[in-house]
Ligand binder design. Structure first.
Ligand SMILES: Cc1cc2nc3c(=O)[nH]c(=O)nc-3n(C[C@H](O)[C@H](O)[C@H](O)COP(=O)(O)OP(=O)(O)OC[C@H]3O[C@@H](n4cnc5c(N)ncnc54)[C@H](O)[C@@H]3O)c2cc1C
Length: 394
């Protein structure tokens, strides 16, 4: 392996490959190092194997960061439309699944193959199964020791991702390196992750694992309207994954089990049309029947003929269904989380170049940075955008 490089990128994921391509196009001699056996491992397993590669509505509002303004520059300079252009140039078939989320028609392999071809054309070298043992700054550049080589570069780009899915090669490398060079790292935690039951809730709700329904889920004044899924371990589904990034241990989760419906009008009409009908049967028209059974067990309502309801009891029932409170125990953690919240403090990075403000030639991009997207293709867009901008300067 050649030992002297203009740019070394650590991490052959979405951000690292994209940065390497851009730097290579500028004529920089670029090496990408990864600890895994293949490139783009998370891309391959993303979106159920079809990679939700961007979102047509991506905007800074879809990202969580201690500094919500930081992502604006990169997202506006390399947009979702730029990435869509690239995908179209490679004639990769794709479709919008829902809410602006773009997925490959066939396979996430199409995206990885596109990135591999772009790397090839830009003269980017990739070394896999590499273990980096030490990094130091050396004159105007950096020295990296691996178990087999001693490598030098002018610019070092850290694209080593977050901590989610440790069995896919996730390491704390990027955070440790940031701290080694004096950058602040904000506390990290699992995001886009299922929430788990308290033991008492588990005994009740695990009976309806597999049941899914449209809800709004709210925590800390943030609300998402999508599907929620009951599982053996707790709550999942898009609404829960989204809100998990805002939920903190100890917080309540407020769920509207019947969003977008005028429940009071529905009950009043049903009462007039079917006065002898049991409330359980009526509820089965607006909620999954197995959930209705559980709500009955939990005494959320009393089963009685509709004619026994008065306006006050209808109001109470509507309130308990539209403001149902869950108290999750925690999250499933990094084992199943799609992303890591927190990370390298954006205060220590240039939003224009992604270079460390106090450490010239050192760049941080992608998920290792304290910018985390919602579910729906936003995290890949951040990887492409932040990788692209760093690639113009490193
Ligand atoms: C199951 C799953 C599904 C997902 N689906 C989607 C989706 O459909 N759409 C979306 O937008 N986002 C999705 N995400 C999130 C998205 O995959 C990540 O946000 C994105 O991959 C981050 O890109 P990255 O390049 O910063 O990091 P990564 O893709 O994590 O790449 C980092 C690379 O660095 C390597 N590495 C780590 N430590 C070292 C080290 N010490 N030395 C050398 N190499 C190292 C890793 O092996 C890895 O190859 C999903 C995540 C998961 C876990």
């Amino acid at each position: 392996m050649q030992l002297d490089w203009d740019v070394i990128v650590v991490g052959a994921g979405a951000a690292g490959l994209f940065c390497a391509i851009e730097a290579g196009k500028r004529g920089r001699k670029v090496l990408v190092l990864d600890n895994g056996k293949r490139i783009g491992r998370k891309i391959l397993m993303s979106g159920g194997g079809r990679c939700n590669f961007t979102n047509i509505y991506a905007s800074p509002d879809n990202f969580i960061s201690a500094n919500p303004h930081f992502c604006k520059s990169a997202l506006s300079r390399y947009t979702q439309w730029d990435f869509i252009d690239l995908v179209q140039r490679y004639q990769i078939p794709y479709h919008e699944k829902t809410l602006g989320q773009l997925f490959c028609d066939d396979s996430a392999k199409d995206i990885v193959a596109m990135l591999a071809q772009e790397c090839d054309q830009a003269g980017v070298q990739i070394a896999l199964s590499q273990q980096i043992t030490a990094v130091s700054s050396e004159g105007a550049g950096y020295l990296l020791r691996t178990t087999t080589h001693q490598l030098q570069c002018q610019s070092l780009v850290v694209a080593s991702g977050g901590l989610s899915l440790p069995n896919l090669g996730a390491t704390a490398f990027g955070y440790q390196l940031a701290e080694q060079f004096g950058l602040k790292v904000l506390p990290v935690r699992a995001g886009l992750v299922p929430l788990t039951w308290q033991p008492s809730d588990k005994a009740v709700f695990e009976q309806i694992s597999g049941v899914s329904l449209p809800v709004t889920a709210e925590a800390n004044h943030i609300l998402f309207a999508e599907d929620m899924l009951f599982t053996h371990r707790g709550l999942s589904g898009p609404a829960i994954l989204q809100i998990s990034s805002y939920w903190q241990p100890g917080d309540e989760l407020l769920v509207n089990l019947t969003p977008g419906q005028d429940l009071a009008a529905f009950f009043t009409a049903q009462q007039q049309q079917h006065p002898a009908q049991e409330l359980k049967t009526t509820l089965g028209r607006v909620l999954p029947k197995r959930l209705v059974e559980i709500l009955l067990t939990l005494k959320v309502f009393q089963n009685q003929p509709l004619k026994a309801l008065n306006p006050k009891s209808i109001e109470r029932l509507c309130d308990s269904l539209t403001h149902y409170v869950f108290k999750p125990n925690g999250t499933e953690g990094y084992r199943t989380a799609e992303v890591t919240l927190g990370g390298v403090d954006t205060d220590d990075l240039s939003s224009k170049t992604m270079e460390a403000k106090q450490q010239s030639g050192l760049y941080f991009i992608g998920e290792v940075v304290d910018v985390t997207g919602w579910l729906g293709g936003y995290n890949f867009q951040w990887a492409w955008s932040s990788g692209w901008v760093a690639g113009q300067y490193c």
